[in-house]
Design a protein around this ligand. Structure first.
Ligand code: XIL
Length: 379
């Protein structure tokens, strides 16, 4: 670690609430005490996903980091359809309300995740009381009611919505979800129309993983163009950015940023994390159904992350932030999918019960050593 890094890290320690007795000269401390949201203030929002422990205020240490470092939030799970409308017509808003209040109290940019997604959707959404698939009309009405009820509740308070999540496969074709089986590709423009009706001021996004895969990128571009040609409002494209140490390719990611921006929509990094663990299958995306059994050899860092791996992780993060900065005119937000490593879904997907290190803060909510490099990049 060089002198500058040491100074910045000390300052950051103060910023995230560690005790620091090093007594740095005043001028350097002011500069070095920068947080992520300060360092990137004139570039793009820096956001994080919040889980229930954070939303309900139980996880005080995590919340301190959230308030100090981030200026945008998204709900990790509590707005997904199985949680927010577990039974038809029975909405559960307690957690989502708290999430929005937390963002407002802290003057944050608030993102709603998500309205229409095949995953974490309750079974009732697609079937009648006999268990048979519902008609086009019934599914359309269920979508309308779901979207209108939620979006109008938070009208003017949630700034942007992930309206449709993960509708395109890695090969660029439509995912054969229940929405697609029953409504065909129409379900996508319908979802965007309903969201726009409910809050005409809200930004509306399409969000997906593995957007650096050329065929998938092309599929999302085709979908977006079609929506635009049909006069449907779409304001942004979300690149989830669930990475590993050797995927996705930076070159392909850059092509995606450029192709998406050429559609004249905002480009956003919506769910970033970088897993250090070996991947269990050839699939490197975020297909929730794509899981594997636990095996010790896939869980090599249970006792801690060796320094060389931490450096590798840091270098990957720095490369991606460099790329995002290069395209800061196109990118409106970079959101991390969680605060500290202990909160990350990557500990349990695609294999349950592993110890991963995919985020910027460790299990004690201390900054990783490379956070200073990410802050310095923005200077
Ligand atoms: C994940 C959550 O992080 C987990 O807690 C949950 O069990 C499964 O979903 N793509 C998305 C996110 O759009 O909503 C997913 O979040 C991760 C992949």
């Amino acid at each position: 670690m060089n002198v500058l890094q040491t100074i910045i890290l000390s300052g950051l320690a103060v910023a995230v609430g560690m005790s620091c007795t090093s007594g740095q000269p005043q001028g350097e401390q002011v500069d070095s005490a920068k947080t992520l949201k300060e360092a990137y203030a004139d570039k793009f929002y820096v956001g994080t996903a919040l889980d229930l422990g954070q939303i309900k205020g139980h996880n005080v240490a995590a919340l301190e980091v959230v308030q100090q470092q981030f200026n945008s939030i998204v709900a990790e799970n509590c707005m997904k359809s199985e949680n927010i409308q577990p039974q038809e017509g029975v909405f559960f808003f307690d957690d989502a309300d708290k999430f929005v209040e937390l963002g407002e109290k802290n003057g944050m940019h608030i993102v709603g995740h998500n309205l229409i997604w095949h995953s974490q959707a309750p079974d009732w959404f697609f079937v009648d009381k006999h268990g048979n698939d519902v008609s086009r009309e019934v599914l359309t009405e269920r979508m309308r009611n779901h979207i209108h009820t939620i979006v109008s509740r938070y009208k003017g308070r949630i700034h942007g919505w992930d309206v449709v999540n993960e509708a395109i496969l890695d090969n660029g074709e439509y995912r054969p979800s229940k929405f697609y089986e029953i409504l065909g590709e129409d379900f996508i423009p319908l979802a965007f129309k309903f969201a726009h009706q409910a809050d005409p001021e809200a930004e509306l996004y399409y969000n997906d993983y593995s957007t650096a895969i050329p065929a998938k990128r092309a599929g999302i571009v085709r979908l977006t163009k079609k929506l635009q040609d049909d006069g449907i409002q779409i304001d942004g494209l979300g690149m989830q950015e669930h990475h590993g140490l050797s995927h996705a390719s930076l070159e392909e990611t850059e092509k995606t940023i450029i192709d998406f921006a050429n559609l004249r929509v905002k480009v956003m990094v919506t769910e970033m994390d970088i897993s250090v663990l070996p991947h269990a299958s050839p699939h490197v995306g975020a297909e929730l159904a794509d899981t594997a059994a636990y095996n010790e050899s896939f869980d090599p860092y249970k006792e801690g992350l060796p320094a060389d791996k931490m450096n590798e992780l840091g270098a990957r993060y720095v490369s991606f932030f460099n790329l995002y900065l290069k395209h800061q005119d196109k990118i409106s937000r970079v959101t991390l999918w969680g605060v500290g490593d202990g909160d990350s879904w990557k500990n349990n997907w695609p294999i349950e019960g592993r110890t991963d290190y995919p985020l910027l803060f460790d299990r004690h909510y201390q900054p990783k050593p490379f956070l200073v490099d990410i802050l310095e990049l923005a200077n």
